[in-house]
Design a protein around this ligand. Structure first.
Ligand SMILES: NC(=O)C1=CN([C@@H]2O[C@H](COP(=O)(O)OP(=O)(O)OC[C@H]3O[C@@H](n4cnc5c(N)ncnc54)[C@H](OP(=O)(O)O)[C@@H]3O)[C@@H](O)[C@H]2O)C=CC1
Ligand SMILES: O=C1O[C@H](COP(=O)(O)O)[C@@H](O)[C@H](O)[C@H]1O
Length: 488
């Protein structure tokens, strides 16, 4: 579907996210001829750069992040960029933006708020005050969308005074990843799995997002956030929703979002006992990642010496529905881990009876591994006969490597999500009530950590996190999938 002509306004257009992700994503779409010839990108910041100075900064800070550079295409792309300097909190400085925008109701207008979240409400107010919150406008909100339930509600309420829900695009870039949509295809484009997708056949689900990187230059933000707010409240819970939701009636935004909301509202709430038993938080200490020495979290630039911020979290969650009662969902995420890995592992129940002359524990239960990163693919583990004489069964793999199977070029998450915003397609964006339900579930954990004296458990960088994380899943007789690899 061809895009309508648009003005895309990037508040925070001079910031890290715009330079590393958003402008490169728009360039990639331009190279693929997805952007209308006259579409423009208006980058907003406070700094008083001239147009040339700003383009110089784009050349220096954004161009190195392109997947591939075609000089002619790049030269054409940067002609779309207009830089506007204003103070987002002061409506009296918005005149240059009013001037830069085309006053044409047939165009699509998008305000992408890639700024600190405390500016969201003020920017929306100021857009309204300056007559810029027009009916043809959409607003995109970057994470973090609040730091607890109250602040998330406040953002929803304030932004909701200016824009209707159908104009609000709350980004969770994990929903833009190819494999996440493939999970929808797997579950609802095949007859095979849905009858088995329930507690009678599935024993447990693991969802891991492990990173090798540390906090980088985002300490100011990260130390006030931590892994629970930064990754679990949003990305991990969204993945859990896609795995666990009931079949939506269609791919329409509210059909999918209603189904995800139902999952979030069915998550079993933690009690004082389960808070202590089912959650592990850790913080990395000095170690080696890929052979290179890395410092402790507390020794990273700008880190508070006594920081109690968690860089790792593992949780055993449960969903109180007929479909999922009694099936544990183990979620974990961490920085400075052994590997960069994002995957979902669905383990099925063991066979009820062995007809083979082989010990029962030599039968691995079937499992389905949905890999998001580093390589995208699906793997089904099955028991198969080993070739030759006799009847010996061994685990074998059916593998679907998306890159091999489909030669079509890949699209980064931000490319897909930006296209969806420009098309007005809301399916891959969180609705306000989903956001609040997710905060509502994690809030007791935040409160518990705030009020207890304990510190996050230290783990050595380059491992799979604290040993307590293995114990959490080990209590149920299970292992994280990479347990064979080094641990603290
Ligand atoms: N960087 C990342 O990888 C990710 C970032 N995010 C989120 O995106 C948002 C932006 O992050 P990031 O790009 O890293 O932040 P940066 O600090 O790099 O950039 C912030 C941007 O906001 C602008 N800005 C700040 N205050 C004002 C103001 N009063 N008026 C106008 N512009 C203002 C800055 O312009 P100037 O410098 O000229 O003041 C700058 O362009 C944050 O909410 C962050 O959490 C989310 C996911 C990943
Ligand atoms: O939202 C965030 O995500 C990144 C990880 O994203 P990925 O696509 O590279 O897996 C994480 O590093 C960052 O802390 C967090 O804010």
């Amino acid at each position: 579907m061809a895009l309508n002509d648009f003005d895309l306004v990037l508040f925070g257009g001079s910031g890290d996210l715009a330079m590393r992700k958003l402008l490169p994503a728009m360039y990639s779409r331009d190279v693929c001829n997805d952007l209308p010839p006259t579409a423009r990108i208006i980058c907003v910041g406070r700094h008083e750069w001239s147009q040339d100075e700003f383009l110089h900064s784009v050349e220096k800070n954004s161009k190195p992040h392109l997947k591939a550079v075609d000089q002619a295409a790049w030269a054409k792309f940067i002609q779309r960029i207009v830089y506007v300097s204003l103070n987002a909190t002061d409506a009296s400085t918005y005149a240059p933006l009013v001037e830069a925008l085309r006053d044409d109701a047939s165009l699509t207008r998008v305000y992408y708020l890639a700024t600190p979240p405390h500016l969201f409400a003020k920017i929306c107010d100021n857009l309204a005050a300056t007559g810029l919150a027009t009916a043809n406008s959409r607003v995109v909100l970057e994470k973090p969308l609040g730091r607890d339930l109250a602040s998330a509600k406040q953002i929803n309420a304030e932004v909701g005074k200016v824009f209707s829900e159908s104009q609000i695009f709350r980004i969770d870039h994990y929903l833009g990843k190819e494999t996440v949509q493939n999970l929808l295809a797997l579950r609802f484009g095949n007859i095979l799995f849905e009858p088995l997708w329930r507690r009678e056949w599935i024993s447990d689900v693991q969802i891991t997002i492990a990173e090798k990187i540390g906090v980088g230059n985002r300490m100011g933000y990260y130390d006030t956030s931590g892994a629970l707010r930064d990754m679990l409240q949003n990305h991990l819970l969204q993945l859990l929703c896609i795995v666990a939701m009931e079949p939506p009636t269609s791919i329409a935004p509210d059909a999918v979002r209603d189904a995800k909301l139902q999952v979030l509202r069915s998550l079993k709430r933690f009690t004082p006992t389960t808070l202590a038993q089912n959650i592990v938080r850790g913080q990395y200490r000095a170690g080696h990642v890929d052979g290179a020495a890395v410092p402790s979290y507390r020794d990273e630039p700008d880190a508070p010496a006594q920081s109690r911020t968690e860089t790792f979290v593992a949780i055993k969650a449960e969903i109180d529905t007929w479909r999922w009662a009694g099936v544990p969902f183990y979620l974990r995420t961490g920085k400075r881990m052994h590997d960069r890995l994002a995957e979902i592992v669905v383990r099925f129940k063991p066979i009820p009876h062995s007809i083979f002359n082989q010990p029962n524990n030599s039968f691995q239960p079937n499992s389905l591994v949905i890999r998001l990163q580093p390589d995208e693919g699906l793997r089904m583990n099955l028991m198969a006969k080993t070739p030759g004489d006799g009847m010996r069964l061994k685990q074998a793999e059916l593998e679907l490597d998306f890159k091999e199977q489909f030669k079509a070029p890949r699209m980064e998450a931000y490319e897909r999500l930006l296209l969806d915003v420009l098309r007005g397609q809301l399916t891959l964006f969180m609705r306000g009530d989903e956001l609040e339900a997710a905060w509502d579930w994690v809030e007791p954990i935040l409160n518990h950590w705030e009020h207890e004296d304990s510190m996050p458990i230290p783990y050595t960088s380059g491992t799979w996190g604290p040993a307590a994380s293995s114990a959490l899943i080990g209590r149920d007789g299970l292992q994280w999938r990479e347990e064979a690899l080094p641990e603290d």
